[in-house]
Design a protein around this ligand. Structure first.
Ligand SMILES: [Zn+2]
Length: 124
């Protein structure tokens, strides 16, 4: 049984789901400081990559470990509704895989940055 109320749950999830997540902001700041110009969440590309360097044909995905099933300590399932979450995360992973493939097919290089690595130095 789920011990967290529905309202509380959606509150928690909307916080996790928000678009301009902190790790993404860190990457964006870093890119700006290096003088890169980029697009955000480009709908014309498979999977709407978080950050796109169009001229260089590079897409950068900043992935929350939980949502993308990174298998690190940040990605453990909630204690309740495990089955639901497992299913959901698995679907996310499948979708990631599909989009990654499509992106590469049209000549993009994809850089995936996992949330748990964001505090370490970023190397491009
Ligand atoms: Zn991780």
């Amino acid at each position: 049984m789920d011990t967290v109320s529905k309202k509380k749950r959606s509150e928690i999830m909307s916080r996790i789901r928000s678009k301009n997540t902190r790790p993404e902001m860190i990457v964006r700041k870093y890119l700006s400081s290096k003088g890169y110009r980029y697009r955000l969440h480009d709908k014309r590309l498979p999977g709407k990559p978080d950050i796109v360097l169009k001229k260089k044909k590079i897409a950068i995905e900043v992935r929350g470990c939980f949502w993308h099933g990174h298998n690190c300590k940040l990605s453990s399932y909630p204690k309740t509704n495990r089955k639901y979450w497992k299913n959901k995360i698995n679907n996310n992973k499948k979708r990631d895989k599909k989009n990654d493939k499509l992106l590469r097919k049209i000549g993009y290089k994809l850089i995936i940055i996992n949330e748990c690595k964001i505090n370490k130095k970023i190397n491009f």
